[in-house]
Write a new protein. Structure first.
Length: 639
């Protein structure tokens, strides 16, 4: 062991002795932390960026695969059959506590219980980069930005009059993907059109019990998507960017844990359109965005578990977002962000359940004319920039909700550059989550529900050393929630939720063209009800570890490997035989993936993506299967 340790240290020292080309720093620019371009060194927010290069090296992955290997993120269902409902756990918080943005504009499904947005509707062919902002950020983004924000930034324009890119893949479970992109620029106009198609025969979503002799059927999945971005600059420093996005998924489902179903079909779709404008002035940048989202979900089961039963769920959700804000240079080192936003949503829902064995029929309907709400907001943040190394943000947001009334959130975010390579920060913020339309208006709802209120306390540092060849970041957080909505026989406000944890991230360039990254995430959590206090971070691991190595062997050849270790989780399981719920402990597991690409020609690339190389047998959710060893190979072309 001592010899191995000595050899490792000597190897590391010798590797650092080589001359390096790439250097790490604190100057990575993101837009999500402040709603405008900001260097990492100038803000105390915790932001991770999935770059265009990383996405281009993810041809065999979908967006859930890509997000699931990021620090502090665990997507339950990402490793299950394609089309499975995804629970996006950021820092151990439930899915409803993560706000999804597309090009900085909030998207959600107003027909969902917690407003969750279905990430299955997003295809990587339309994505340019992704920014992940951790912590409570309702002051900038309003409701749902409790544990963090994921901003999916789509592809825009092109450098020349006409550009073309295409991708085709084939893989395990008879999975096939095709995408086509066309982009270009003519004087004041640019365009980008991305088309995508994906199909998979899949495998049985439900796990087959040992005592069942009949084979469970495969549950297939299909995705079609199109995204069109246009840009127009009628005058200098003014850009107007209209967009249209459409996605549709179809899938087969099983009735439940350990239960096959041969005619349970689902369909989801989203139609989104709108525009974003930016007008740059000498001391002010103005932004005006509007979007409309229409989300539909339809699930039909004619017979349930070989019984003459019937189950229908037909839901529609409409969301309107309008926002006007500006960034102003007030004085040297001082900037002001101020704006107003308006969000309106409604839903139409019909459900019908017939159980002939019990002679029971249930029918429910929500009308969009009554199942609706709106929220209007005024917000502002003042930024003190690099005053002798000191940066500071102070912000507040006033919200007026059409049902529950008023609430207020704030942000206090100081940071300090010890030198150009080291930053320390503190973030104290409040956030909120408004009750969903289903929680307000369904037969289980309560129109008197209040918003969930969460305070977050966060501190940490980032540092670059070894002459820009190593980077280390540590952040710790504590999240305290009150009026947390729970379901008993109906939805009520009475829970308290306390969570805490930390993330350690590192990046090292030990040799030319070799990059090593790793992270460790830790999270604890407990809920306090009227009767008890207990751990309720179901399906969320306390410990998560990730490691990635990428090496450019030559100008044309790149390889990488990714390891993720997921700790034990608690999984609540309802046993239909005993009609009782029990908390099961799921074993820890690790997943080892590998990727390789080779440029056959300057514009033609061959790649292979291998997942779960060791064929690890593990459980994400009790009673459901997870992917074994699987591969995708493909070709990508750009012109």
């Amino acid at each position: 062991m001592k010899k191995l340790f000595t050899l490792t240290v000597l190897t590391a020292v010798s590797l650092f002795a080589f001359g390096q080309e790439k250097k790490l720093d604190l100057n990575e620019v993101s837009v999500t932390a402040t709603k405008f371009d900001k260097k990492s060194s100038e803000t105390g927010k915790v932001v991770s960026v999935i770059t265009r290069e990383e996405i281009e090296r993810s041809g065999g992955k979908n967006i859930n695969d890509l997000l699931n290997i990021q620090s502090a993120l665990n997507l339950n269902g990402a490793n299950s059959n394609r089309g499975t409902n995804i629970s996006t756990f950021l820092r151990g918080a439930p899915s409803g506590y993560v706000l999804i943005l597309i090009d900085g504009i909030p998207v959600s499904d107003p027909s969902e219980t917690s407003n969750n947005y279905d990430l299955n509707l997003i295809n990587l062919a339309m994505v340019d980069r992704i920014e992940i902002l951790r912590g409570g950020h309702s002051t900038l983004y309003g409701s749902d930005a409790v544990a963090g924000v994921i901003n999916i930034i789509t592809k825009k324009g092109g450098e020349k009059a006409f550009g073309l890119n295409a991708l085709v893949t084939a893989g395990t479970y008879k999975t096939y993907k095709q995408s086509l992109g066309v982009n270009g620029r003519f004087k004041q106009v640019d365009y980008n059109l991305a088309l995508a198609n994906e199909s998979s025969k899949g495998f049985s979503s439900a796990q087959k019990p040992a005592e069942v002799t009949n084979a469970f059927e495969n549950d297939n999945f299909r995705l079609k998507g199109a995204n069109l971005n246009l840009g127009w600059s009628p005058i200098s420093d003014l850009s107007i960017r209209p967009f249209v996005r459409y996605s549709e998924t179809k899938m087969m489902l099983d009735f439940g844990a350990f239960t096959d179903d041969k005619d349970y079909d689902g369909k989801s779709s989203e139609l989104a359109t709108g525009f974003a404008t930016n007008w740059k002035r000498s001391k002010a940048d103005w932004f005006f965005n509007y979007s409309y989202n229409n989300v539909k979900r339809y699930f039909l089961n004619d017979t349930i578990a070989d019984k003459v039963e019937y189950n229908l769920n037909d839901t529609k959700g409409n969301l309107h977002n309008a926002e006007l804000y500006g960034k102003f240079s007030i004085a040297d080192h001082v900037e002001l962000l101020a704006g107003t936003s308006y969000r309106f949503s409604n839903t139409e829902q019909e459900s019908k359940y017939i159980n002939t064995s019990w002679n029971y029929t249930s029918i429910a309907h929500l009308n969009p004319d009554s199942a609706k709400n709106s929220i209007a907001s005024l917000y502002a943040s003042v930024f003190l920039n690099n005053l002798h190394g000191f940066n500071f943000e102070l912000g507040g947001r006033f919200n007026r909700h059409s049902i529950y009334g008023n609430n207020f959130t704030y942000t206090i975010n100081p940071s300090y550059l010890v030198d150009e390579n080291t930053k320390v920060f503190v973030n104290i913020s409040s956030a909120f989550k408004a009750p969903s339309l289903y929680q307000l208006y369904s037969i289980y709802g309560d129109i008197n529900l209040k918003p969930e209120k969460i305070n977050t306390y966060e501190a940490g540092f980032q540092t670059v050393f070894f002459d820009g060849q190593a980077k280390l970041a540590l952040s710790a957080f504590k999240r305290k929630g009150r009026d947390v909505i729970a379901f008993t026989s109906k939805y009520v406000n009475y829970n308290k939720q306390n969570d805490e944890g930390m993330e350690l991230e590192a990046e090292v360039i030990p040799a030319k063209d070799l990059t090593l990254t790793g992270f460790y995430s830790l999270v604890y959590g407990e809920v306090t009800t009227q009767n008890a206090t207990f751990n309720n971070l179901y399906r969320r691991p306390r410990n998560t570890f990730g490691f990635n190595a990428g090496y450019k062997l030559s100008e044309n050849f790149f390889v990488s490997a990714n390891l993720k270790l997921v700790g034990k989780r608690v999984d609540p399981f309802y046993d239909p035989n005993t009609f009782q719920s029990v908390n099961l402990t799921l074993n820890k597991y690790f997943l080892l993936d590998a990727y390789a690409e080779y440029k056959l020609l300057k514009k033609l690339k061959l790649f292979a993506d291998l997942k779960n190389i060791t064929n690890e047998n593990y459980v994400e959710t009790t009673g459901y299967n997870s992917r074994g060893f699987n591969t995708n190979v493909g070709l990508s072309f750009s012109l």
